[in-house]
Design a protein around this ligand. Sequence first.
Ligand SMILES: [Fe+2]
Length: 330
Amino acid sequence: MSPNHPTKNTKYTKSAKKIWLEWTRSHGMEAAHTMTMITKPRGTTEDDITAEVLRRFDATAQPRLRDIMQSLVRHLHAFVKDVELTEGEWMTAIQFLTKTGHMCDDKRQEFILLSDTLGVSMVVDLINHRKPEGATESTVFGPFHRDGAPELPAGGNIAPRDKKGVPTIVSGRVLTLDGGPIAGAWLDVWQADSSGLYDSQYTGTDELHLRGRFRSDEDGRFLIRTVRPVYYAIPTDGPVGRMLSATNRHPWRPAHIHFVVSAEGCEPVTTHIFDDADPYLESDTVFAVKNSLMCTFVRHDSRDEDAARFGVEPPFCTARFDFVLKPALR
Ligand SMILES: [Fe+2]
């Protein structure tokens, strides 16, 4: 029961009690539930409502939860007042969020897509992963990660069924901040195929493709065979796509490969490597590009040394990227 809730011991003024008795009698209600409506004057302005809603969260036991809820209310109310939201717009927003929820299942995460396209994911990322100089920067996780990717040996092919893509060898090392090798680091890798689609976007199959987990060797080295990533459009058949279209925004993401790199005693990093020749680097629809994550995909059109070393026929690409992990906080 809240501290303001009247009880049988509550003392009321005579006039208030009279009004209360008359009102409750006429409505056939128990008195205790109506008393505060009569004895306490109500604020009627927009700002009065904001103040009252904030007050209702004052007694939240967890200080962090109280801060979050009160800040949410402050900003949400300020937004509504700023744009003078109409009732029709309010209902449109309710329906938009409802459809966003209905679009989510174990393969599709429309709320992450919404967060990504509003730039919220990147702001959260930046706040939470302030890295020391030299450590690999993080970027959005995105909506397409799936658990259960197979563990593959060095040089393992994550794209065995993609026959249209340009074969690509991604190599590099996992290092500490001072340049030492990290042996036994895990690299969880996923990407879209050469048609710009993730495995989960194909209907009628649950099969994993273009996903794999690799471990670095004693020198911190890793070697991954895949296809060259291509730029792709995020799914536009849901509410997020309609939001982009209504606001004249394009849905394209520059070509990239996703990584989560983790190792004992280190802070894991969730990131991408981006093809530095991509036309959408300046306008990524989810704002995820960082200069330090650029990677050059070198095209080979002849049977050169790398073709022999990696056992691939031209044309193919090679890309090299080192991941640097910072120590985990103790
Ligand atoms: Fe992606």
